[in-house]
Design a protein around this ligand. Structure first.
Ligand code: C2E
Ligand code: MG
Ligand code: MG
Ligand code: MG
Length: 284
């Protein structure tokens, strides 16, 4: 049951196979030192308003620049880090790096809200909310410029620790978003009992919104529900202009996806902001 709560059947499967695979074992060992060796980096993916496509934020997505294997996506090492406990130092690195990037962008007049993905294990690490407050204060970043993305699974865990941290984060002014909304065991009760600022509608709904009347109806109902509860709606994984228009038409507040911009290194993100199409958006 513990294993199930920690991450579903996938955990049991990995627990069985991982010790037999030396390559996977060495990857975990390497990740330990990669965190200290500056081999991790954050990519930024723009988030824009649905109506005028004004840049308002970005999601921070971790990558591992592995010395031999090249640039590894988070799917290759984040689940592993979650199981080994390395997710705690990894999340700490991600948070400090994201807030340093935010501070640098602010210094250049870009007042963006940065979204950071947080695993359940990192969220419930003792002192998490205090640490966030300290990191924000050290860089003079207002708390409402940070949005923490949690999955439905993390939110649904009835563990009191998780709820307590969310209450502390809300009191501190940090926003909480529900990531991949609609893919978990959707249980709408937590929308009224937990302090949620944003839901991110999963790309599995977004990709079919123009072709499936069912998906269209679901997304439209979700937007209506969210707005009634004063929750902002982000549509993620937008690849086509027709999707962007349909979602804006339904009333989604924000858009994110390859159509708007790919996840990119910080320098490329800065260059992207300076493009003529984006130039009207600087400094809000
Ligand atoms: P996520 O938080 O749902 O992030 C969105 C994922 O969708 C990203 O994959 C992004 O590159 C991808 N994406 C964005 N727009 C599009 C699109 O238009 N089409 C398609 N097909 N994909 C799109 P990525 O970067 O591989 O990240 C995968 C997952 O890894 C993330 O899903 C998140 O759950 C996790 N992750 C990423 N960074 C971190 C981190 O720093 N900490 C933790 N704990 N998890 C992270
Ligand atoms: Mg996310
Ligand atoms: Mg997502
Ligand atoms: Mg995802």
């Amino acid at each position: 049951y513990q294993a199930k709560r920690a991450g579903g059947h996938f955990v049991l499967h990995e627990a069985r196979t991982e010790p037999l695979d030396p390559q996977m074992l060495s990857l975990t060992a390497e990740l330990r030192s990669a965190i200290d060796r500056d081999e991790l980096l954050l990519f930024l993916q723009p988030i824009v308003t649905a109506d005028t496509r004004r840049l308002v934020g970005a999601e921070c997505l971790v990558r591992w620049q592995h010395p031999r294997r090249g640039l590894l996506p988070p799917g290759e090492f984040v689940p592993r880090a979650e199981r080994s406990g390395l997710i705690v130092p990894l999340s700490d690195w991600v948070m400090r790096e994201a807030l340093t990037i935010a501070a640098n962008l602010r210094a250049c007049g870009q007042d963006l809200r940065l979204s950071v993905n947080v695993s359940r294990r990192a969220l419930t690490e003792p002192g998490f909310a205090d640490l966030m407050t300290r990191y924000l204060a050290e860089r003079a970043i207002p708390a409402d410029r940070l949005m923490l993305e949690l999955t439905e699974q993390t939110l649904m865990s009835d563990e009191p620790a998780g709820r307590a941290v969310m209450g502390q984060l809300q009191a501190a002014g940090v926003g909480v978003a529900i990531d991949d909304f609609g893919t978990g065991h959707s249980q709408l009760a937590y929308l009224k009992s937990l302090p949620v600022a944003q839901i991110k509608i999963d790309k599995s709904f977004v990709s079919d919104v123009t072709t499936s009347s069912t998906d269209f109806a679901i997304v439209r109902a979700l937007v209506e529900l969210a707005h009634a509860l004063d929750i902002q709606v982000v549509a993620e994984g937008i690849e086509q202009e027709t999707q962007a228009q349909a979602l804006a038409g339904i009333g989604c507040d924000l858009l994110q996806g390859y159509l708007i911009g790919r996840p990119m290194p910080v320098d490329a993100f800065r260059a992207w902001i300076e493009q003529p199409a984006q130039s009207h958006s600087s400094a809000g």
